[in-house]
Design a protein around this ligand. Structure first.
Ligand code: FES
Ligand code: FES
Length: 159
């Protein structure tokens, strides 16, 4: 067992974790944050993406003990109270959600992209989306949602 101290969605946690437990299992089974999905358990699909110190990473191929002292953001930490992030709003408006298995990771990656670049090119949006496999939507609606969120964020910032 390892004693793990970390911050998840703004809340500090101290927990004993088995040395071999993945961050994905830790979040889902120990912290009850089940928004982060397990699509392949092998680093292939991207569905398990969370932000670690502000950078999207795959939680299924990372051990929980490796994130000692880090700041983790999961999909549950993206909305502020009742206010969805523009990426979440746009995913709903553009019908970019079907089974929703990929959606948390798409949102995490989209938020990271737009927080660093609120006017991304088509290629940049496609690259962002390509980090996650979606079996349902054909990607077009997700792409439209990211562009729509970018536009909203620019308007909010620059008027
Ligand atoms: S569940 Fe982690 S990459 Fe697929
Ligand atoms: S909405 Fe089903 S995998 Fe993307």
């Amino acid at each position: 067992m390892n004693i793990l101290k970390l911050t998840i969605n703004g809340v500090s946690h101290i927990k004993a974790v088995p040395a071999t437990m993945t961050l994905l299992d830790f979040l889902r089974d120990e912290i009850d944050l089940t928004g982060t999905k397990n699509g392949c358990d092998s680093g292939e699909c991207g569905c398990c993406t969370v932000m670690i110190n502000g950078v999207p990473m795959l939680s299924c191929i990372m051990l929980a003990r490796e994130v000692e002292g880090r700041v983790i953001t999961t999909i549950e930490g993206i909305a502020k109270g009742n206010h969805l992030h523009p990426v979440q709003e746009a995913m709903i408006e553009k019908g970019a959600i079907q089974c929703g298995y990929c959606t948390p990771a798409m949102v995490i990656n989209g938020v990271h992209l737009l927080e660093n670049n609120d006017n991304p090119s088509n290629d940049e949006v496609k690259e962002c989306i390509s980090a996650t496999v979606c079996r349902c939507t054909g990607y077009n609606s997700i792409e439209k949602a990211i562009h729509s969120a970018a536009s909203k964020m620019r308007k909010a910032k620059h008027g």
